[in-house]
Design a protein around this ligand. Structure first.
Ligand SMILES: [Zn+2]
Length: 76
């Protein structure tokens, strides 16, 4: 199961209502108010590699793509 959406399994469990009920009881993710699990990339939705610094709110992959466009410069 990916972290992107836990509801992907519903399609498979549609024919097994009791298993679906059990799945929801034990595997449904908690609603988060704070913390690292709530942060997602604003550009692509990735949960990992998040950059909050300078108010960017994007992941490291998107940062690599758009860093030069938003004014960052790479020093070698
Ligand atoms: Zn991203």
């Amino acid at each position: 199961m990916t972290t992107s959406d836990y509801r992907k399994v519903f399609k498979q469990l549609k024919s097994k209502p009791i298993k679906l009920k059990k799945y929801l009881k034990h595997n449904k993710p908690k609603k988060r108010n704070t913390g690292i699990a709530k942060k997602k990339c604003q550009r692509c939705g990735r949960a990992r590699g998040h950059i909050d610094k300078y108010g960017l709110d994007i992941c490291r992959h998107c940062f690599r793509d758009i860093s030069t466009k938003i004014g960052f410069k790479k020093y070698n």
